[in-house]
Design a protein around this ligand. Structure first.
Ligand SMILES: [Zn+2]
Length: 347
């Protein structure tokens, strides 16, 4: 087994090292580094990267990586794990999604050596981390003023991605390549199957969201043969090939009748829109049967603003309801749904 070359250093089998890669510079010319941990088993096996905060304000993933770092659940039996708690160092410093040049790092992959600031950072992440791996998991949260029920996204045409999705074992699995320049899309193009987790809100490390993320990553490690153990499965697992954004029709204040992860039937009221003086203005009804993937956490809306992201599973809602009815009442996914519900305003 060879040493693993990364960040200008070599990491021997059985070794764990904290390293840093120069990623950019400040205006005063000081160097800015990307911190990472490389954990190597003494046995040969695949290399998996886990990245967080590519969007600098989505720090649930940072919590997930931390939990893997200082918890005792992680016991690698083969292969190499690269943990990157924050990719977008600049955004993280400013509690911002974007880079200081206003570009979105997650639209800048694969990047180039002599391109824009975002492009150069993407290039370093691509060459130093992604291309040295066999698989990847990139951790995200909802955008500003929204929360996501934990869901995994990936390009199901890619066999390796399907494998990661199956091992991660979450309820909602959204099929899609992702936008141009997204880390996961470009990683897949470069031959490194990569999925993302979308869970919770930005600007927070939510305890149960963290547990879902940690469980999913440990499941992947077990599935790839990098760890001993049994994969923990949710009550149901559904493939999503279609989603719909429900948007506000009038300006007002919302009250939600549903919570993240809820199953809704076509025509069911998702949210009621009240005028500032408390009169009902309209009810937003589900256009199709679906599952609540994402909800606004900012209840004051103008026409066109997003209220609810509905996912349409390829399997019937009836079969999902049957699986949920049989599931233990104290499961992790029930707990995360309850915790996320406390951030919206259930009627
Ligand atoms: Zn994101």
């Amino acid at each position: 087994m060879n040493d693993f070359q990364i960040a200008g250093e070599s990491v021997a089998p059985g070794e764990t090292r904290d390293l840093k890669i120069k990623i950019s510079e400040t205006y005063t010319g000081d160097e800015i580094y990307l911190p990472l941990r490389v954990i190597r088993s003494s046995e040969d096996g695949p290399t998996l990267f886990v990245t967080a905060a590519v969007h600098g304000d989505e720090i649930n993933g940072t919590g997930i990586v931390h939990d893997l770092m200082f918890g005792d659940a992680l016991k690698l039996t083969s292969g190499t794990l690269i943990l990157v708690p924050v990719v977008n160092i600049f955004g993280f410093e400013n509690h911002e999604r974007y880079l200081p040049d206003r570009r979105d790092l997650n639209r800048s992959f694969p990047g180039s050596e002599d391109g824009s600031m975002a492009s150069r950072i993407a290039f370093i992440v691509m060459t130093e981390i992604i291309k040295k791996s066999d698989y990847g998991i990139d951790l995200h949260s909802a955008a500003f003023q929204r929360t996501n029920y934990p869901n995994v996204r990936g390009d199901f045409r890619d066999k390796g991605v399907r494998r990661l999705v199956r091992h991660f074992a979450t309820s909602l699995n959204v099929d899609g390549r992702g936008p141009d320049g997204a880390l996961r899309r470009e990683a897949c193009k470069a031959g490194v199957p990569t999925i993302i987790l979308e869970a919770g809100e930005p600007w927070k490390i939510e305890p149960t969201v963290m547990k879902v993320g940690v469980q999913g990553i440990l499941n992947v490690l077990i599935g790839l043969g990098m760890m001993e153990g049994a994969i923990q499965k949710p009550a149901y697992s559904a493939r999503i090939q279609k989603t719909i954004w429900m948007r506000a029709e009038v300006g007002g204040i919302l009250r939600f009748q549903v919570n993240p992860g809820d199953i809704v039937d076509k025509g069911e009221v998702v949210a009621t829109n009240y005028s500032i003086m408390g009169a009902v203005q309209n009810e937003l009804k589900a256009p199709e049967d679906g599952i609540v993937l994402s909800l606004a956490t900012m209840p004051a809306v103008k026409p066109g603003e997003p209220v609810c992201h509905l996912a349409m599973p390829t399997k019937s809602l009836a079969s999902i309801r049957r699986a949920l009815a049989k599931a233990p009442k104290r499961g992790l996914y029930r707990k995360v749904a309850k915790d996320l519900a406390s951030s919206v305003s259930p009627a």
